[in-house]
Ligand binder design. Structure first.
Ligand SMILES: [Zn+2]
Ligand SMILES: [Zn+2]
Length: 269
């Protein structure tokens, strides 16, 4: 069983209302050994109907986390992380944010392309399915080439979750130049990627990223792979984690990764 969830949000993220303590109690009841909170911090997130700003109150977050870390230290290990929303225009600010404190773990993620979140219908109305995904990957490539203050890249094909076209079928070959370049850049930079089980909640047949991307990552020599539910409420903690060991082993993967002080440690599946 996978005992670590390395992608979690609480009420310190704009899009969650879950108190951190409730998340911790759920993790303990599930028998997890380590959890890492990765609250959103998205600099220049565009205006949206929900008025989410996705800016993290780091002092308040840190204070609560370290109080609860101490309170529950006999029951579970709690790590201090953040999910940075990356855009080519905010690399300097994201670096300054990442370097100001000793995070255990930093996820770099693309949530916004051309000031649109693929989660919002307007994105795929502007770019049809295949070109929308291609455009998403282009932005990731720009990010991984010049931004280095992260541990793993989050939900690498996040945009694919929101493609409505029933005829759309992801094929690695359609994006192989871009994806190979992204994966090689991540690997050469000593970074990793994650398996994000939120994709399964959206009715996808596999977690993000698509298994062909995961397979290629390992073929190219990638080793660092964290597992995260991207849960925003207690019920989604460690979502579908029971499916993951067999799934990864079927792709020839034997280890997953956890981080402390931004250093990877490998755990056998
Ligand atoms: Zn994300
Ligand atoms: Zn997230």
């Amino acid at each position: 069983m996978i005992k670590s969830d390395y992608h979690l949000h609480t009420s310190f993220s704009s899009d969650s209302e879950s108190p951190m303590e409730e998340m911790i109690l759920r993790a303990i009841s599930l028998g997890l050994q380590t959890i890492c909170f990765t609250e959103h911090h998205d600099i220049n997130y565009p205006d949206n109907p929900d008025h989410f700003d996705f800016l993290l109150d780091l002092n308040a977050y840190k204070k609560t986390l370290f109080q609860l870390k101490e309170k529950y230290k006999k029951n579970i290990e709690i790590c201090y992380g953040v999910e940075l929303g990356l855009m080519p225009s905010t690399h300097h600010q994201c670096s300054a944010f990442a370097r100001q404190d000793s995070f255990d773990f930093i996820i770099g993620s693309t949530h916004i392309v051309d000031f649109m979140d693929p989660y919002d219908a307007i994105y795929f109305e502007t770019f049809p399915s295949k070109s929308g995904l291609e455009h998403y990957f282009e932005d990731i490539l720009t990010n991984v080439r010049s931004f280095h203050d992260y541990c793993v890249y989050g939900h690498l094909d996040y945009a694919a979750r929101y493609i409505k076209d029933p005829k759309f079928n992801f094929q690695y070959a359609d994006y192989s130049d871009l994806l190979d370049e992204i994966l090689k850049t991540i690997i050469e930079d000593g970074k990793g990627i994650e398996v994000n089980t939120a994709g399964l909640k959206y009715g996808m047949s596999n977690p993000n990223p698509h298994h062909e991307i995961l397979k290629r990552y390992f073929e190219l020599g990638g080793e660092i792979l964290t597992i995260g539910s991207d849960g925003h409420c207690p019920e989604h903690m460690a979502y579908d984690f029971q499916k993951i060991p067999d799934y990864l082993k079927s792709l020839g993967i034997q280890y997953y990764t956890i981080f402390r002080n931004q250093k990877p440690e490998f755990v056998k599946l």
